[in-house]
Design a protein around this ligand. Structure first.
Ligand code: G3D
Ligand code: MG
Length: 184
């Protein structure tokens, strides 16, 4: 059997500061499903400002914050409260949602321009691979222009949040990168 999720995240135990991971993506991509799948503790939903729901999961010195990208640009300034100490970004894509791939691409690249996120590693989940019409991870990588990313550690992993596939592989990669960067 594969490693447990808590085992993966426990690797950061001993890193002597709070580490934040943002889980982002368009609505319906599968973010909440992934968060619950991790089974690391209680997910708390807060609404700090109008029209902006944040789900939070705390585990040891790790905080996972998750919200939907897209829609109201007026609330964007409020997101910045969550950027501090962001070691990693997990961007979740619905691989069957071909119509909104360009929106996902724009949202991702806008986010990555944020000053405070320049050092953050990026993991992309090409999610919903259990669906017959899903684009492959290679196809998603291409439409999201991931190869254009310079000076950033990034990886794309095919996943099915519903089946629990690919999540361990992706998070393993991300935790390794974060641990390396924190210990430097
Ligand atoms: P979000 O938090 O990114 O908005 P959710 O997305 O986690 O709420 O998921 C949106 C819908 O997609 C949910 O279905 C969920 O079950 C489904 N979903 C999430 N991941 C996968 C996956 O890997 N494969 C498939 N087939 N479906 C997935 P409902 O029907 O509850 O809206
Ligand atoms: Mg959600």
């Amino acid at each position: 059997m594969g490693q447990s999720f808590s085992g993966i995240f426990n690797r950061l135990w001993g890193v002597n500061k709070e580490i934040r991971i943002l889980i982002l993506g368009l609505d319906g991509a599968g973010k909440t499903t992934i968060l619950y799948r991790l089974q690391l503790g209680t997910v708390v939903t807060t609404k700090p400002t109008i029209g902006f729901n944040v789900e939070t999961l705390k585990y040891n010195n790790l905080t996972l914050n998750i919200w939907d990208l897209g829609g109201q640009t007026s609330i964007r300034p409020y997101w910045r409260c969550y950027y501090n100490n962001t070691a990693g970004i997990i961007f979740v894509v619905d691989s069957t949602d071909r119509e909104r791939m360009d929106v996902a691409c724009q949202e991702l690249h806008t986010m990555l321009k944020e000053e405070e996120l320049q050092e953050s590693a990026l993991l992309v989940f090409a999610n919903k691979q259990d669906q017959p019409k899903a684009m492959t991870a290679a196809e998603v990588s291409k439409v999201l222009d991931l190869t254009e990313l310079k000076d950033r550690s990034w990886s794309i992993v095919a996943s099915s949040a519903i089946k629990g596939e690919g999540l361990t592989e992706g998070l393993d990669w991300l935790m390794d990168v974060i641990k390396d960067e924190q210990l430097q």
